[in-house]
Design a protein around this ligand. Structure first.
Ligand SMILES: Nc1ncnc2c1ncn2[C@@H]1O[C@H](COP(=O)(O)OP(=O)(O)O)[C@@H](O)[C@H]1O
Ligand SMILES: [Mg+2]
Length: 368
Protein backbone atom coordinates (compact mmCIF):
# COMPACT_ATOMS: atom_id res chain seq x y z
CA UNK A 1 0.00 0.00 0.00
CA UNK A 2 1.40 3.42 -0.94
CA UNK A 3 1.72 6.19 1.59
CA UNK A 4 -0.33 9.21 0.64
CA UNK A 5 1.44 12.45 1.35
CA UNK A 6 -0.35 15.71 1.84
CA UNK A 7 0.80 16.83 -1.62
CA UNK A 8 -0.46 13.76 -3.43
CA UNK A 9 -3.89 14.29 -1.89
CA UNK A 10 -4.04 17.49 -3.92
CA UNK A 11 -7.07 19.56 -3.13
CA UNK A 12 -8.66 16.81 -1.03
CA UNK A 13 -8.48 17.53 2.70
CA UNK A 14 -7.86 14.37 4.74
CA UNK A 15 -11.09 14.97 6.69
CA UNK A 16 -13.27 16.01 3.82
CA UNK A 17 -16.43 13.93 3.42
CA UNK A 18 -15.20 12.97 -0.07
CA UNK A 19 -11.96 11.61 1.31
CA UNK A 20 -13.65 9.64 4.09
CA UNK A 21 -16.15 8.27 1.62
CA UNK A 22 -13.31 7.21 -0.67
CA UNK A 23 -11.69 5.28 2.22
CA UNK A 24 -14.93 3.47 2.98
CA UNK A 25 -15.62 2.78 -0.66
CA UNK A 26 -12.20 1.33 -1.39
CA UNK A 27 -12.08 -0.89 1.70
CA UNK A 28 -11.82 -4.61 1.13
CA UNK A 29 -14.05 -5.16 4.15
CA UNK A 30 -17.81 -4.86 3.85
CA UNK A 31 -18.84 -1.56 5.42
CA UNK A 32 -22.58 -1.24 5.83
CA UNK A 33 -24.63 1.56 7.35
CA UNK A 34 -28.04 0.74 8.75
CA UNK A 35 -30.78 2.28 10.80
CA UNK A 36 -31.76 0.89 14.19
CA UNK A 37 -34.58 -1.08 12.62
CA UNK A 38 -32.07 -2.76 10.32
CA UNK A 39 -32.71 -0.91 7.06
CA UNK A 40 -29.56 -0.75 4.95
CA UNK A 41 -28.65 2.84 4.10
CA UNK A 42 -25.12 2.52 2.78
CA UNK A 43 -23.25 -0.27 1.08
CA UNK A 44 -19.62 -0.14 -0.08
CA UNK A 45 -17.76 -2.08 -2.74
CA UNK A 46 -16.42 -4.54 -0.13
CA UNK A 47 -20.02 -5.38 0.83
CA UNK A 48 -20.86 -5.98 -2.81
CA UNK A 49 -17.80 -8.21 -3.20
CA UNK A 50 -18.53 -10.27 -0.07
CA UNK A 51 -22.33 -10.50 -0.23
CA UNK A 52 -22.92 -10.24 -3.98
CA UNK A 53 -25.64 -7.54 -3.91
CA UNK A 54 -25.13 -4.33 -5.86
CA UNK A 55 -25.74 -1.13 -3.82
CA UNK A 56 -29.11 -0.52 -5.52
CA UNK A 57 -30.18 -4.08 -4.68
CA UNK A 58 -29.22 -3.77 -1.01
CA UNK A 59 -29.99 -0.21 0.02
CA UNK A 60 -33.49 0.13 1.43
CA UNK A 61 -33.79 -3.56 2.28
CA UNK A 62 -33.41 -5.06 5.72
CA UNK A 63 -30.06 -6.38 6.95
CA UNK A 64 -31.81 -9.69 7.63
CA UNK A 65 -31.38 -10.55 3.91
CA UNK A 66 -27.78 -11.43 4.86
CA UNK A 67 -28.71 -13.66 7.79
CA UNK A 68 -29.26 -17.37 7.14
CA UNK A 69 -32.50 -18.88 8.45
CA UNK A 70 -30.77 -20.73 11.27
CA UNK A 71 -29.17 -17.51 12.57
CA UNK A 72 -32.13 -15.11 12.57
CA UNK A 73 -32.33 -14.95 16.37
CA UNK A 74 -28.90 -13.27 16.43
CA UNK A 75 -30.20 -9.93 15.23
CA UNK A 76 -32.48 -8.85 18.08
CA UNK A 77 -29.79 -9.03 20.81
CA UNK A 78 -27.32 -7.17 18.55
CA UNK A 79 -29.76 -4.29 18.00
CA UNK A 80 -30.54 -4.34 21.72
CA UNK A 81 -26.85 -3.78 22.49
CA UNK A 82 -26.56 -1.05 19.84
CA UNK A 83 -29.49 0.84 21.37
CA UNK A 84 -27.67 0.75 24.70
CA UNK A 85 -24.67 2.29 22.93
CA UNK A 86 -22.54 -0.86 23.04
CA UNK A 87 -20.33 -2.25 20.33
CA UNK A 88 -20.16 -5.82 19.14
CA UNK A 89 -16.51 -6.63 18.47
CA UNK A 90 -15.15 -9.23 16.05
CA UNK A 91 -18.25 -11.30 16.26
CA UNK A 92 -17.76 -14.49 14.27
CA UNK A 93 -20.82 -15.81 12.58
CA UNK A 94 -22.28 -16.99 9.32
CA UNK A 95 -23.88 -14.83 6.67
CA UNK A 96 -25.35 -15.69 3.32
CA UNK A 97 -24.33 -14.50 -0.13
CA UNK A 98 -26.89 -13.39 -2.69
CA UNK A 99 -26.39 -16.71 -4.49
CA UNK A 100 -27.22 -18.64 -1.29
CA UNK A 101 -23.65 -19.63 -0.41
CA UNK A 102 -22.80 -19.43 3.29
CA UNK A 103 -19.89 -17.19 4.30
CA UNK A 104 -17.92 -17.31 7.57
CA UNK A 105 -17.60 -13.72 8.68
CA UNK A 106 -16.06 -11.65 11.44
CA UNK A 107 -18.05 -8.49 12.04
CA UNK A 108 -17.70 -5.44 14.26
CA UNK A 109 -20.90 -3.46 14.72
CA UNK A 110 -20.86 -0.01 16.30
CA UNK A 111 -23.59 2.50 17.09
CA UNK A 112 -23.55 5.71 15.04
CA UNK A 113 -24.58 8.93 16.84
CA UNK A 114 -25.76 12.28 15.57
CA UNK A 115 -24.26 15.56 16.71
CA UNK A 116 -26.35 15.55 19.89
CA UNK A 117 -25.03 12.09 20.73
CA UNK A 118 -28.28 10.34 19.99
CA UNK A 119 -27.89 6.86 18.49
CA UNK A 120 -29.35 7.01 15.01
CA UNK A 121 -28.04 3.86 13.43
CA UNK A 122 -25.15 1.46 13.21
CA UNK A 123 -22.16 0.62 11.09
CA UNK A 124 -21.10 -2.94 10.46
CA UNK A 125 -17.62 -3.79 9.26
CA UNK A 126 -17.46 -7.38 8.08
CA UNK A 127 -14.56 -9.49 6.93
CA UNK A 128 -14.86 -12.72 5.02
CA UNK A 129 -13.02 -15.37 7.04
CA UNK A 130 -14.25 -18.37 5.05
CA UNK A 131 -10.74 -19.16 3.78
CA UNK A 132 -9.22 -19.04 7.28
CA UNK A 133 -12.05 -21.23 8.55
CA UNK A 134 -11.47 -23.77 5.84
CA UNK A 135 -7.71 -23.71 6.49
CA UNK A 136 -8.25 -24.25 10.21
CA UNK A 137 -10.66 -27.10 9.54
CA UNK A 138 -8.20 -28.68 7.13
CA UNK A 139 -5.34 -28.32 9.64
CA UNK A 140 -7.46 -29.97 12.34
CA UNK A 141 -8.46 -32.72 9.97
CA UNK A 142 -4.83 -33.37 9.10
CA UNK A 143 -3.88 -33.45 12.76
CA UNK A 144 -6.62 -35.96 13.50
CA UNK A 145 -5.45 -38.08 10.61
CA UNK A 146 -1.85 -37.81 11.76
CA UNK A 147 -2.74 -38.89 15.30
CA UNK A 148 -4.81 -41.77 14.05
CA UNK A 149 -2.04 -43.04 11.74
CA UNK A 150 0.56 -42.58 14.49
CA UNK A 151 -1.57 -44.50 17.00
CA UNK A 152 -2.09 -47.26 14.47
CA UNK A 153 1.65 -47.42 13.76
CA UNK A 154 2.41 -47.65 17.48
CA UNK A 155 -0.12 -50.38 17.98
CA UNK A 156 1.39 -52.86 15.55
CA UNK A 157 4.77 -53.31 17.31
CA UNK A 158 3.03 -53.11 20.68
CA UNK A 159 0.81 -56.03 19.68
CA UNK A 160 3.93 -58.04 18.84
CA UNK A 161 5.46 -57.18 22.21
CA UNK A 162 2.38 -58.50 24.03
CA UNK A 163 2.02 -61.61 21.92
CA UNK A 164 5.69 -62.51 22.28
CA UNK A 165 5.76 -61.84 26.02
CA UNK A 166 2.76 -64.12 26.42
CA UNK A 167 4.53 -66.86 24.49
CA UNK A 168 7.69 -66.38 26.53
CA UNK A 169 5.63 -66.69 29.72
CA UNK A 170 4.24 -69.99 28.51
CA UNK A 171 7.65 -71.25 27.45
CA UNK A 172 9.14 -70.32 30.82
CA UNK A 173 6.30 -72.02 32.75
CA UNK A 174 7.15 -75.42 31.30
CA UNK A 175 9.29 -77.82 33.34
CA UNK A 176 11.69 -78.22 30.42
CA UNK A 177 12.49 -74.72 29.27
CA UNK A 178 13.13 -74.46 25.53
CA UNK A 179 15.81 -71.77 25.66
CA UNK A 180 15.95 -71.37 21.88
CA UNK A 181 12.21 -70.61 21.80
CA UNK A 182 12.49 -68.10 24.62
CA UNK A 183 15.40 -66.44 22.89
CA UNK A 184 13.32 -66.07 19.72
CA UNK A 185 10.58 -64.39 21.75
CA UNK A 186 13.04 -62.03 23.40
CA UNK A 187 14.61 -61.09 20.07
CA UNK A 188 11.20 -60.26 18.59
CA UNK A 189 10.23 -58.25 21.66
CA UNK A 190 13.45 -56.27 21.40
CA UNK A 191 12.96 -55.66 17.67
CA UNK A 192 9.46 -54.37 18.28
CA UNK A 193 10.70 -52.21 21.15
CA UNK A 194 13.34 -50.79 18.78
CA UNK A 195 10.66 -49.92 16.30
CA UNK A 196 8.56 -48.33 19.04
CA UNK A 197 11.52 -46.25 20.18
CA UNK A 198 12.21 -45.10 16.63
CA UNK A 199 8.58 -44.16 16.16
CA UNK A 200 8.38 -42.27 19.44
CA UNK A 201 11.65 -40.42 18.72
CA UNK A 202 10.46 -39.39 15.27
CA UNK A 203 7.05 -38.37 16.58
CA UNK A 204 8.75 -36.20 19.20
CA UNK A 205 10.91 -34.65 16.48
CA UNK A 206 7.83 -33.86 14.43
CA UNK A 207 5.98 -32.46 17.41
CA UNK A 208 8.95 -30.25 18.30
CA UNK A 209 9.33 -29.06 14.75
CA UNK A 210 5.68 -28.31 14.12
CA UNK A 211 5.24 -26.47 17.41
CA UNK A 212 8.38 -24.43 16.74
CA UNK A 213 10.05 -25.90 19.83
CA UNK A 214 12.92 -27.50 17.97
CA UNK A 215 15.70 -25.07 18.73
CA UNK A 216 18.65 -25.47 16.43
CA UNK A 217 21.98 -25.23 18.18
CA UNK A 218 24.06 -23.90 15.36
CA UNK A 219 27.80 -23.98 15.49
CA UNK A 220 30.42 -23.39 12.85
CA UNK A 221 30.92 -26.87 11.37
CA UNK A 222 32.96 -28.34 8.55
CA UNK A 223 30.33 -30.18 6.53
CA UNK A 224 32.98 -32.32 4.80
CA UNK A 225 34.27 -33.50 8.20
CA UNK A 226 30.77 -34.16 9.47
CA UNK A 227 29.81 -36.14 6.35
CA UNK A 228 33.04 -38.17 6.55
CA UNK A 229 32.58 -39.07 10.20
CA UNK A 230 28.86 -39.92 9.91
CA UNK A 231 29.55 -41.99 6.79
CA UNK A 232 32.40 -43.96 8.30
CA UNK A 233 30.41 -44.72 11.44
CA UNK A 234 27.49 -45.82 9.26
CA UNK A 235 29.74 -47.95 7.04
CA UNK A 236 31.16 -49.65 10.10
CA UNK A 237 27.83 -50.58 11.69
CA UNK A 238 26.15 -51.56 8.42
CA UNK A 239 29.14 -53.25 6.80
CA UNK A 240 28.24 -51.44 3.56
CA UNK A 241 30.79 -49.53 1.49
CA UNK A 242 30.37 -45.75 1.32
CA UNK A 243 32.56 -43.60 -0.93
CA UNK A 244 32.88 -40.03 0.25
CA UNK A 245 34.03 -37.48 -2.24
CA UNK A 246 34.70 -34.24 -0.35
CA UNK A 247 37.03 -31.37 -1.03
CA UNK A 248 39.97 -30.92 1.34
CA UNK A 249 40.74 -27.65 3.12
CA UNK A 250 41.21 -24.82 2.34
CA UNK A 251 38.05 -25.41 0.28
CA UNK A 252 35.32 -23.64 2.22
CA UNK A 253 32.85 -26.31 3.29
CA UNK A 254 32.14 -24.77 6.66
CA UNK A 255 28.63 -23.76 7.59
CA UNK A 256 26.76 -22.66 10.65
CA UNK A 257 24.48 -25.59 11.49
CA UNK A 258 23.14 -27.89 14.16
CA UNK A 259 25.52 -30.85 13.76
CA UNK A 260 23.32 -33.28 15.72
CA UNK A 261 20.33 -32.58 13.48
CA UNK A 262 22.30 -32.60 10.24
CA UNK A 263 23.89 -35.88 11.37
CA UNK A 264 20.30 -37.19 11.60
CA UNK A 265 19.61 -36.02 8.05
CA UNK A 266 22.75 -37.69 6.66
CA UNK A 267 22.02 -40.89 8.59
CA UNK A 268 18.42 -41.00 7.32
CA UNK A 269 19.60 -40.63 3.72
CA UNK A 270 22.32 -43.27 4.15
CA UNK A 271 19.84 -45.59 5.82
CA UNK A 272 17.49 -45.26 2.84
CA UNK A 273 20.32 -45.73 0.34
CA UNK A 274 21.26 -48.90 2.19
CA UNK A 275 17.69 -50.23 2.45
CA UNK A 276 16.45 -49.32 -1.01
CA UNK A 277 19.67 -49.21 -3.04
CA UNK A 278 21.34 -52.15 -4.74
CA UNK A 279 22.69 -54.61 -2.13
CA UNK A 280 26.28 -54.85 -3.39
CA UNK A 281 26.76 -51.38 -4.80
CA UNK A 282 28.61 -48.71 -2.85
CA UNK A 283 26.81 -45.58 -1.73
CA UNK A 284 28.34 -42.36 -3.06
CA UNK A 285 28.37 -39.20 -1.00
CA UNK A 286 29.55 -35.92 -2.54
CA UNK A 287 30.22 -32.73 -0.65
CA UNK A 288 30.50 -29.45 -2.50
CA UNK A 289 31.01 -25.81 -1.58
CA UNK A 290 29.41 -23.32 -3.88
CA UNK A 291 29.51 -19.62 -3.04
CA UNK A 292 27.29 -18.99 -0.05
CA UNK A 293 26.10 -22.62 0.11
CA UNK A 294 27.40 -26.04 1.00
CA UNK A 295 25.72 -29.15 -0.33
CA UNK A 296 26.00 -32.85 0.15
CA UNK A 297 24.43 -35.56 -1.97
CA UNK A 298 23.72 -39.21 -1.16
CA UNK A 299 23.44 -41.46 -4.15
CA UNK A 300 22.60 -45.15 -4.44
CA UNK A 301 22.30 -47.57 -7.38
CA UNK A 302 18.89 -48.96 -6.53
CA UNK A 303 15.66 -48.77 -8.53
CA UNK A 304 15.30 -45.02 -7.87
CA UNK A 305 11.98 -43.33 -7.27
CA UNK A 306 9.20 -43.01 -9.85
CA UNK A 307 8.45 -39.39 -10.83
CA UNK A 308 4.91 -39.51 -9.40
CA UNK A 309 6.29 -40.65 -6.01
CA UNK A 310 8.96 -37.97 -5.63
CA UNK A 311 6.88 -35.55 -3.61
CA UNK A 312 4.77 -38.16 -1.81
CA UNK A 313 7.72 -39.90 -0.11
CA UNK A 314 8.42 -36.72 1.90
CA UNK A 315 4.97 -36.85 3.50
CA UNK A 316 4.68 -38.38 6.97
CA UNK A 317 4.08 -42.16 7.07
CA UNK A 318 4.33 -42.46 3.29
CA UNK A 319 6.23 -45.60 2.43
CA UNK A 320 6.93 -47.34 -0.81
CA UNK A 321 5.92 -50.91 -1.42
CA UNK A 322 8.72 -52.36 0.69
CA UNK A 323 9.46 -55.08 3.19
CA UNK A 324 12.41 -53.14 4.61
CA UNK A 325 11.97 -51.97 8.21
CA UNK A 326 10.95 -48.35 8.62
CA UNK A 327 8.11 -46.10 9.66
CA UNK A 328 7.94 -43.65 6.76
CA UNK A 329 9.02 -40.60 8.75
CA UNK A 330 12.73 -40.40 7.83
CA UNK A 331 12.46 -38.16 4.78
CA UNK A 332 9.75 -36.04 6.34
CA UNK A 333 11.87 -35.28 9.40
CA UNK A 334 14.98 -34.78 7.22
CA UNK A 335 13.20 -32.22 5.09
CA UNK A 336 11.82 -30.36 8.12
CA UNK A 337 15.31 -30.14 9.63
CA UNK A 338 16.80 -28.89 6.37
CA UNK A 339 14.03 -26.30 5.97
CA UNK A 340 14.63 -25.09 9.53
CA UNK A 341 18.21 -24.42 8.45
CA UNK A 342 16.97 -22.38 5.51
CA UNK A 343 18.16 -25.06 3.11
CA UNK A 344 16.58 -27.34 0.53
CA UNK A 345 16.43 -31.05 -0.16
CA UNK A 346 16.08 -32.18 -3.74
CA UNK A 347 15.66 -35.56 -5.32
CA UNK A 348 17.50 -36.27 -8.55
CA UNK A 349 17.22 -39.22 -10.88
CA UNK A 350 20.70 -39.78 -12.38
CA UNK A 351 20.52 -40.98 -16.03
CA UNK A 352 22.38 -44.18 -15.14
CA UNK A 353 19.89 -45.14 -12.44
CA UNK A 354 19.48 -44.97 -8.68
CA UNK A 355 18.33 -42.14 -6.46
CA UNK A 356 20.30 -39.04 -5.51
CA UNK A 357 19.19 -36.83 -2.63
CA UNK A 358 20.88 -33.42 -2.54
CA UNK A 359 20.83 -31.26 0.59
CA UNK A 360 21.87 -27.63 0.18
CA UNK A 361 22.52 -25.45 3.23
CA UNK A 362 23.36 -21.76 3.50
CA UNK A 363 26.83 -21.25 5.00
CA UNK A 364 25.78 -18.36 7.19
CA UNK A 365 22.94 -20.35 8.74
CA UNK A 366 20.42 -17.75 7.63
CA UNK A 367 16.91 -17.99 9.07
CA UNK A 368 17.49 -19.41 12.54
N1 LIG B 1 17.10 -44.12 -1.85
C1 LIG B 1 15.86 -44.53 -2.08
N2 LIG B 1 15.58 -45.32 -3.15
C2 LIG B 1 14.31 -45.76 -3.41
N3 LIG B 1 13.25 -45.43 -2.64
C3 LIG B 1 13.45 -44.65 -1.55
C4 LIG B 1 14.75 -44.17 -1.23
N4 LIG B 1 14.65 -43.40 -0.11
C5 LIG B 1 13.35 -43.42 0.23
N5 LIG B 1 12.63 -44.17 -0.61
C6 LIG B 1 11.17 -44.40 -0.56
O1 LIG B 1 10.59 -43.40 0.24
C7 LIG B 1 9.84 -43.96 1.31
C8 LIG B 1 9.90 -43.05 2.52
O2 LIG B 1 11.22 -43.01 3.05
P1 LIG B 1 11.41 -42.61 4.57
O3 LIG B 1 10.63 -41.38 4.85
O4 LIG B 1 12.86 -42.59 4.87
O5 LIG B 1 10.68 -43.78 5.37
P2 LIG B 1 11.09 -45.30 5.59
O6 LIG B 1 12.54 -45.46 5.18
O7 LIG B 1 10.88 -45.51 7.04
O8 LIG B 1 10.16 -46.08 4.74
C9 LIG B 1 10.44 -45.32 1.53
O9 LIG B 1 9.51 -46.22 2.10
C10 LIG B 1 10.84 -45.73 0.11
O10 LIG B 1 9.73 -46.27 -0.56
MG1 LIG C 1 13.98 -44.06 5.85
Amino acid sequence: MGVETRESLGALSPWSPEFLAAIVESSDDAIIGKTLDGTIISWNRGAERIYGYRPEEAIGRNISILVPADHTDELAPIFERLRRGERVDHYQTVRVHKDGKRIAISVTISPVRDEQGKIIGASAVGRDITAQHEATKEALRMREEFISIAAHELRTPLATVFARLQLAERHLARPEIDMAAVLRDVVLVRQSADRLRLLVDRLLDISHISSGRLELEKVDTDVADLVRSVSSAFAETSGHAIRVNAPQPPEATRASLDAVRIDEVITNLLDNALKYGGPGDPIDVDVRADGAEVSFAVRDRGPGIAPDQRERIFQPFERGDTKAPGVGLGLHVAREIVLLHGGTIALEAPPDGGARFVVTLPKDGARS
